[in-house]
Design a protein around this ligand. Sequence first.
Ligand code: IPE
Ligand code: IPE
Ligand code: MG
Length: 251
Amino acid sequence: MGKVAQIESLPLTESGGEIPVHVAIIMDGNGRWAAARGLPRIEGHRRGVEAVRRTVRHAGRRGVKALTLFTFSSENWSRPKSEVEDLFNLLRFFIRNDLAELKANGVRIKVIGRREGLPPDIGDLVREAESETAANQGLTLQVAFNYGGRDELVRAARLVGEKMLAGAIDPADVNERIFEEHLDTAGICDPDLLIRTSGEARISNFLLWQLAYTEFVFLPVCWPDFDETEFDAAIAEFHSRERRFGGLFHG
Ligand code: IPE
Ligand code: IPE
Ligand code: MG
């Protein structure tokens, strides 16, 4: 076990070492996975949900404290209406079908992204998933749904501005910590490791603030084929990196 065993003892707020306390994943390539097999895109998304289950279990097993999954971006609204509906239905299915197991396994669910503009029943399901698991102490599963990094930053700026107008915050006191407290991710340390599948090497508006010093690992595998071996390979790659945070090499 070695390094992996140490993960358990690291508090969520003290990230920055060699160990990925927080892993974020851009789960990409569902459509290409399906197309390569002559299947409709929805089939790729369905198989993607199975990969989510495998990944949540394995992350917990490896002692990762927080796992953030990019499931639907602010820009994904530009896809055909039928695909958007399919993706919403999969979120509905996942929460209804998997909530009990996640709850029993101590997983705490947190959903980040814009809530306005979503179908009301999705808002209800998300609130239910969060409140039913709020007291859990195991893996924090942060689901980025209807999420865009720029949208999150603008919403945070608006919240801070409203507090300034109300006199609750002095403009001179605004610093990184205060700003961070108004992001959707408040209370969760920045990701140590970002994995993107499907061979694309871009951020696509994910966690723009939080990825400042995250290590990026891009894997060629499409998301439905992502498994325990791929996860461990990404962690091994992470371990081989020298993080400096702007300082000097300490090797
Ligand atoms: C990732 O797979 C899932 C979502 C973005 C919702 P894609 O649907 O982007 O699959 P590709 O990139 O078209 O293959
Ligand atoms: C990013 O993937 C969003 C999710 C994985 C949910 P996209 O497939 O939407 O990103 P682009 O369009 O290739 O940049
Ligand atoms: Mg894609």
